[in-house]
Write a protein that binds this ligand. Structure first.
Ligand code: AMP
Ligand code: MG
Length: 420
């Protein structure tokens, strides 16, 4: 086995330019260093919602367990139907209450959805295709052998893998697991993510602001995004721009977290001193990403913890989180395959000014009009305007090579809902 690549080695590659890092390349760079965490918890099925399966779930039973009817109607031998004469109803099979008698020639059984199909029978005719006169039942022509019969194991055969390790448990998975009679599942332990904000100007909610100070909002958006992604969230508060305090915070965070996330302090002017500090503490690369917003970004390892140094601007924090951190956290949780972030085409109804050479993530509102998906920008797009994120339901993703966008042009759109 070859020794794993270090972050510094990877950053010495020929085409590596920290001052103009394309979005896709930064994502791929980070991805090389992500190995899923280990550790399993066994939880009751309902508590597995939103968690990641740590083991395959193998079906202990056939689903459905018995051959049963997909319709309300009558069940019979198909050969008897073909004779064209009325059949005699000899009993009924309800869901959970099977017919226990025999079914002879020219006989049929009244059956309801989910009712067990007697062994002699092979076909169900829905009641809308039948006419009953007492116990004498006539069926319309055109029936097919085997119709409306659900075979045992048709959904899942006993011994087959029902769900693979790495799947996120959503409502359908909860139901599927319950349908197998399984009451407890193994899920990956929660990823522990520690974060703090940096900046002398930041105050926490609850204190009054002096001139030039602002409330720290990044810890709130991060709390929300991380919680939605199923992480264990540890909020270390605000750390002022002081080397000794920052060093202490980085050390403490890396000691308890699988992942450390900070916001602020990685922009030009502030980066130098954080850079020096992180060079002593770990292995971290600082990038200017060819994107807007979210230009400065740092990634690395501090001890065993992954480190993401996000920009300070509130919108930049969210955009870089969506583009880089989200997939990394899912990968660390062992999620496979990664849930797709669909890129949809929509007609852009606002003209947008844009210089080629970087990827832009404009905040947009996607809406349907006359059966066509359209998107407009939310208004002011400054990277400090958090309302633009709140008003948005998508990013309008304008790729590197794209220049100005005219109203009416087709653009790519990333939907925000359900992504974190
Ligand atoms: P920085 O990246 O530290 O230079 O910060 C860029 C901008 O984002 C500055 O205007 C900061 O005041 C602002 N900012 C940084 N951190 C936060 C935060 N936690 N909450 C709100 N705004 C912030
Ligand atoms: Mg700052």
């Amino acid at each position: 086995m070859t020794a794993p690549l270090t972050i510094t080695q990877a950053s010495c590659a020929d085409d590596y330019d920290p001052n103009s890092m394309p979005v896709a390349k930064a994502r791929a760079f980070i991805h090389q260093f992500l190995t899923p965490i280990s550790g399993i918890a066994r939880v009751p099925v309902r508590d597995a919602l939103g968690r990641v399966l740590a083991e395959d779930i193998v079906s202990p039973v056939n689903v459905p367990a018995h051959r049963n009817s997909a319709m309300d109607g009558w069940t019979m031998r198909f050969a008897d139907l073909a004779a064209g004469t009325p059949l005699t109803e000899v009993g009924a099979s309800f869901a959970g209450k099977p017919y226990t008698g025999a079914v002879g020639p020219a006989q049929c059984v009244r059956i309801f959805t989910g009712g067990v199909v007697p062994v002699e029978c092979d076909t169900v005719v829905m009641q809308e295709r039948a006419q009953a006169e007492g116990k004498s039942i006539t069926f319309t022509s055109g029936q097919k052998k085997g119709q409306n019969v659900r075979e045992a194991g048709e959904d899942l055969k006993a011994g087959a893998a029902a769900l693979a390790k790495g799947r996120i448990v959503k409502p359908a998975e909860l139901g599927l697991i319950a349908s197998l009679g399984i009451g407890e599942v193994a899920v990956a332990r929660k990823l522990r993510v520690v974060f703090f904000s940096t900046g002398d100007e930041l105050k926490s909610v609850g204190s009054t602001l002096a001139e030039g100070e602002i409330y720290d909002s990044n810890r709130y958006t991060l709390h929300g995004m991380l919680t939605r992604l199923g992480c264990e969230v540890i909020d270390m508060g605000v750390v002022v721009d002081d080397p000794a305090l920052l060093e202490r915070a980085f050390r403490d965070a890396a000691a308890i977290g699988d992942v450390v996330i900070t916001s602020g302090g990685v922009s030009v002017g502030e980066a130098d001193f954080v850079k020096q500090l992180l060079q002593q503490l770990g292995e971290v690369v600082f990038w200017k990403i060819a994107m807007k917003p979210g230009r400065p970004l740092a990634y690395g390892k501090i001890g065993g913890a992954h480190f993401f140094g996000l920009p300070g601007n509130p919108v930049s924090v969210m955009v870089t989180f969506y583009q880089f951190v989200r997939d990394a956290l899912l990968t660390l949780q062992g999620v496979t395959p990664l849930p797709v972030q669909p890129l949809l085409k929509a007609v852009c109804t606002s003209p947008i000014k844009k210089a080629p050479g970087r990827t832009e993530f404009q905040r947009g509102v996607l809406y349907a009009e006359d059966g066509v998906w359209k998107v407009r920008v939310t208004g002011e797009q400054g990277s400090g305007i958090l309302k633009s994120m709140s008003d948005a339901n998508c990013f309008i993703m304008l790729h590197d090579h794209v220049g100005n966008v005219d109203a009416g042009a087709t653009v790519d759109v990333q939907i925000l809902e359900g992504v974190v």
